[in-house]
Ligand binder design. Structure first.
Ligand code: JA2
Length: 358
């Protein structure tokens, strides 16, 4: 499948700074991307390309594509993923990233940022519903919610099913993502039409720094992979600003990659969150066929205050008056899926055990 991939060269060691206080320099595992992502040669090759009717994630630019070389993404080395294209609908570039939208043969419309699939019509429900309802169904009556990223609007759509919610702030850095989703993904952009939504276009770190302490009941970090604009969003200072902005007993749900591909990254994030959040910290996952390895996870954290038992939702979606919003039924989430999301296979249990709380 893969020939000479991007990022298989040098530059694989760096101080992660992440979980340890010892300042030790250690070898980055293949999934820990930042050192590799910053190699300009790699950046230059990470472009979305459609060749012979197929989109391939992080394929090389056109001249290399002619030679049928596939350049793998440093976050999932040794594999590439392709989706059959019916029609390219949009290609553009913002100051932050390349944006591509195409109609696929089997997954409906697909949104791609910097060569990486972000969502498809067919399976977006499994991601958006879980990232929103896992935190919001775990606390009694969420009122103030912040979404970081999420410029497609899907997470807003799901939050708006919760009638207790009064304010939904969203901080998305890239206005082009919002505008493109408005045009091509009306079922997601629909989320922006809720009058409780307040849109802030800008940098999340700065937004959080300016947020008064103890503002939010829940913060949802719907970020793309930590290469490019989302790089800072897996680091300790970011989690500290999140914790500061949460109310006592407030919760964080953070996109946390795949247990098949990114154990080291998940371990680092779990360790940082255990230091930062004094309540509970858990990893949950959901099944998204168009993401590499077909699964993606979330970190669920609570600030000290009222204890939060994420594993047993006390604010069930079935009791939400506004749960069926705009006639759109919930497709994926239910209370059983909520509980099941925290059940880990044995290998992941073992690998996360060193940093896991039960
Ligand atoms: N996709 C997004 C987003 C925020 C704004 C726009 C698109 C995602 N968050 C999730 C991406 C997961 C990628 C897995 N490889």
């Amino acid at each position: 499948m893969e020939g000479g991939g991007v990022g298989n060269g040098s530059g694989t060691t760096a101080g992660t700074g992440g979980s340890g206080d010892d300042g030790a320099v250690r070898t980055l595992p293949p999934c820990c991307l930042k050192a590799r992502a910053s190699v300009p040669e790699n950046d230059a090759k990470c472009h979305a390309t459609v060749v012979s009717g197929w989109f391939t994630e992080s394929r090389s630019d056109n001249d290399k594509a002619d030679k049928c070389l596939y350049y793998n993404n440093p976050m999932w080395p040794g594999e590439v993923h392709s989706i059959k294209v019916e029609k390219i609908l949009y290609r553009g570039k913002s100051p932050y990233q390349e944006v591509l939208v195409f109609e696929s043969s089997t997954y409906g419309k697909v949104l791609v940022l910097d060569g990486i699939v972000q969502l498809t019509d067919k399976d977006e429900c499994a991601y958006q519903e879980m990232i929103a309802h896992l935190p919001l169904c775990s606390i009694p009556s969420p009122k103030t919610v912040l979404v970081i990223g999420g410029g497609d609007g899907g997470v807003l759509r799901e939050i708006s099913r919760h009638s207790s919610v009064e304010i939904i702030d969203i901080c998305e850095i890239d206005e082009l993502v919002i505008n493109v989703c408005k045009e091509f993904f009306p079922d997601l952009y629909f989320g922006f039409q809720d009058p409780r939504v307040r849109l802030h276009v800008g940098d999340a770190v700065e937004f959080l720094r300016n947020a008064p302490e103890g503002t939010y009941d829940a913060i949802i970090v719907d970020s793309s992979d930590p290469i490019g604009p989302a790089q800072e969003l897996v680091e300790k200072p970011f989690f500290e600003t999140i914790a500061r902005a949460l109310k006592p007993g407030g919760v964080l749900c953070n996109q946390a990659e795949s247990m098949w591909l990114h154990t080291h990254l998940i371990q680092d994030m779990l360790a940082i969150c255990r230091e930062t959040f004094k309540g509970s910290v858990h990893y949950a996952s959901t099944s998204v066929p168009t993401y590499p390895s077909g699964t993606i996870g979330f970190l669920l954290c609570s600030k000290d205050g009222h204890p939060v038992n994420f594993l047993n939702p006390i604010n069930p979606i079935e009791k939400q008056e506004g749960a069926i919003k705009g006639g759109r039924e919930i497709k994926y989430y239910n209370t059983e899926m909520h509980r099941a999301a925290f059940v880990l296979p044995s290998f992941a249990k073992r690998e996360l055990a060193t940093v896991y709380t039960s």
